[in-house]
Design a protein around this ligand. Structure first.
Ligand SMILES: C[S@@+](CC[C@H](N)C(=O)[O-])C[C@H]1O[C@@H](n2cnc3c(N)ncnc32)[C@H](O)[C@@H]1O
Length: 427
């Protein structure tokens, strides 16, 4: 471990507690934002305002931890941006983000929807055991499996890939709602045995409701883009931001993102959230089960701390004195984050702005100032300035407000009720 004195503190500007970033009553489900739920989604109003303030004349935008693509949707609706890049390791995130950023004529969707609806009627003898999921009856009731099987077959018959993707997203959202999993959780937990008997979802009507809602959202998105009359080029890659990506060097004018705020084991499990849908969609099991492991901090790394952040050094010392293994896990996450900074540095243009929306979690009772750590990791490179950090309260974001910082059952603390908007500039 480094000597504390050997780290020169980098200069960070004072934080601004600015409640105008809260947007407590805003409609977060406009356009295609409501196509599919996803953990820790960025609210559109935050992305929109960041683009308006720091991206007045930008043409290219990147979200290197794109998730469901909220930032890309806002980027498409932001007048000057024409090239939009998104990266994520999760195949379900790729499908959702592609569907959310693909404007489709609502009439085409309506037409396909009525074909699917009448087709299902005739698929009475659809083969069972169609899905490649071993313990399928643990997660779904028999009548649900039959209905999902008919839906999936009807959707797979759609020739036009973009239209098929739209309905696959509706299918995936249906899977979440009709499975035997507890709703409102990111992790995969089955409904308690005694409540399971009363759980009898009507799969087809849930699918129909989701399709209607999503066509409405697409209608608003399609009309707004038509009104703007601009051409967007959206490039979405299933890649790892720690490695060299397909994005050209010095190509991005602005970065807007909400990265993971810790490893998936102890924070948000994107892989677990996506697992059932991804398996029923037919994604390779090997890939699906590794999403959490392949995320930032997903694998423990025994490298020493050589990262240039005084804040990180301080909290690691505290956590190490309480639990060496947890300290290693925290450090592994930041080592991975620093690899992403190398890649981000390669693709960002000089004078570009970088906006990170992060949460500060607690480990073993120690609050981790991820906002300061990110700012230090960038500014210590010498070619980044810290413009400011805004603090906003989280009224809407689907995040665990209570966690177990000590991993001791019953010991919880209120956390993640604030977000930090770290604004940096490449110089
Ligand atoms: C907070 S979520 C992003 C949510 C997004 N802003 C939205 O509104 O849907 C963070 C994302 O980072 C992705 N991720 C984790 N590790 C990654 C890596 N090494 N490279 C690229 N993406 C990664 C996760 O799969 C997850 O989708």
């Amino acid at each position: 471990m480094q000597n504390l004195m050997s780290l020169a503190p980098t200069i960070l500007r004072e934080k601004q507690r600015d409640f105008s970033w809260d947007f407590p009553t805003a409609d977060t489900k406009e356009f295609t934002h409501n196509l599919h739920s996803y953990p820790a989604m960025m609210i559109p109003q935050v992305a929109r305002r960041l683009l308006r303030v720091y991206g007045k004349s930008v043409t290219s935008l990147i979200d290197p931890f794109m998730g469901s693509g909220s930032v890309l949707v806002e980027g498409m609706l932001h007048e000057p941006t024409t090239t939009l890049y998104g990266i994520d390791i999760n195949p379900l995130a790729i499908l959702i983000a592609k569907a959310k950023t693909t404007p489709l004529k609502p009439e085409l969707l309506e037409k396909e929807f009525s074909r699917i609806s009448s087709n299902i009627e005739y698929k009475k003898d659809a083969e069972l055991g169609f899905f490649n999921l071993q313990n399928i009856s643990y997660w779904f009731k028999q009548n649900v499996i039959e209905a999902l099987s008919k839906l999936k077959k009807s959707i797979d018959e759609i020739e036009h890939e973009k239209i098929r993707n739209f309905f696959l997203v509706c299918f995936s959202e249906t899977v979440r709602k009709v499975s035997n999993t507890r709703q409102g959780e990111f992790k995969l937990y089955r409904i308690e045995e005694k409540k399971l008997a009363a759980h009898s979802p009507d799969t087809i009507s849930i699918f129909n409701q989701i399709v209607k809602r999503n066509i409405k959202g697409m209608h608003a998105f399609y009309s707004s883009l038509k009104f703007l009359d601009k051409k967007n080029e959206v490039k979405i890659y299933k890649e790892d931001t720690r490695l060299k990506t397909s994005i050209p060097s010095d190509s991005c004018d602005i970065l807007v993102t909400s990265p993971p705020y810790g490893d998936s084991r102890t924070t948000v499990a994107y892989g677990q959230f996506s697992r059932l849908s991804s398996q029923l969609l037919g994604y390779p099991y090997d890939e699906v089960k590794r999403v959490d492991q392949n995320g930032l901090g997903g694998k423990r790394n025994y490298e020493e701390n050589g990262l240039p952040s005084l804040h990180l050094k301080k909290i690691l010392d505290k956590i190490t004195s309480l639990d060496k293994i947890r300290a290693l896990d925290v450090l592994s996450f930041y080592h991975d984050f620093d690899k992403c900074i190398d890649e981000i540095n390669r693709i960002m243009k000089i004078n570009s702005h970088l906006c990170f929306v992060v949460g500060n979690r607690t480990v073993k009772g120690v609050k981790i100032p991820t906002d300061d750590i990110i700012a230090e990791l960038f500014t210590s490179r010498g070619n980044y300035g810290h413009i400011t950090t805004f603090i906003r309260r989280i009224p809407n974001k689907r995040m665990p407000k209570i966690n177990s910082p000590s991993n001791v059952k019953g010991v919880t603390s209120s956390t993640m009720d604030k977000e930090y908007l770290v604004i940096l500039k490449k110089i």
